[in-house]
Design a protein around this ligand. Structure first.
Ligand SMILES: *[C@@H]1O[C@H](CO)[C@@H](O)[C@H](O)[C@H]1NC(C)=O
Length: 211
């Protein structure tokens, strides 16, 4: 993504300027340029993959079908996992849904959801003294459609086994029969990992990252 350097600077100042004074400081300039160069080297697809793999859950947004807040954006927490049988990242985000929760009825009515993962879910930002809203506290928003995984598919059991390894409670959810395993069919990925606005990452670049 090409940046307008003026907008970038304004964006940086909005977050980092500690004083209302805008006096010129060569040292501050140097620091901003150094950070900007570091940012150019960030691998946004890799950052998204790492955030997805480290987290045990995602915040999920859907358009509500609940009568009380119909048409509003609804948010929820879903337990997620993207591991293969060895626990390695695949990038394929799987989760269990039920019609008894918010997200289940919503996607069946309007199959558009967005999942968000933040580096503060593992307290990485807090430990580094970064506010979760700072762009340097990395986050990724993945939009797409929910796809039910057919229990007859050969990929179903390995995916469920990996999921239950990370979420032992899921074993009971499955027994209750009203949960079904899903995967996100990714339409778009945004990654915020530095000042200057979100980066767009294609699903193919995201999946191409080697774990
Ligand atoms: C799975 O396979 C069984 C047996 O062949 C079949 O009856 C069932 O409809 C299949 N389920 C789906 C969701 O395709």
């Amino acid at each position: 993504m090409v940046h307008c350097s003026f907008l970038l600077l304004a964006w940086i100042l909005a977050f980092v300027a500690p004083l209302p004074s805008f006096g010129y400081s060569p040292r501050e300039d140097e620091r901003l340029i150094r950070e900007y160069k570091q940012q150019l080297e960030l691998n946004h697809a890799k950052i998204a993959r790492d955030l997805v793999h480290r987290a045990n859950w995602a915040a999920v947004g859907s358009i509500s079908t609940n009568k009380i807040v119909e048409g509003y954006p609804m948010v929820n927490i879903i337990s997620t996992d993207d591991s293969d049988s060895d626990g390695k990242s695949t990038g394929r985000i799987r989760f269990l849904l039920t019609d008894l929760d918010f997200t289940g009825p919503d996607w069946e009515h309007n199959n558009k959801v967005t999942l968000m993962f933040s580096d503060d879910q593992t307290l990485n930002c807090q430990k580094a003294g970064k506010d979760p809203m700072e762009p340097t506290c990395a986050r990724t928003m993945l939009s797409g459609q929910v796809k039910k995984i057919n229990p007859n598919d050969s990929s179903y059991q390995p995916a469920l086994d990996a999921f239950e390894k990370r979420h032992p409670a899921a074993n009971n959810w499955i027994k209750a029969h009203n949960f079904y395993l899903c995967e996100l069919e990714i339409r778009n990925i945004f990654v915020l990992d530095f000042y200057g606005g979100p980066h767009q990452v294609s699903a193919s670049d995201y999946y191409a990252i080697k774990a």
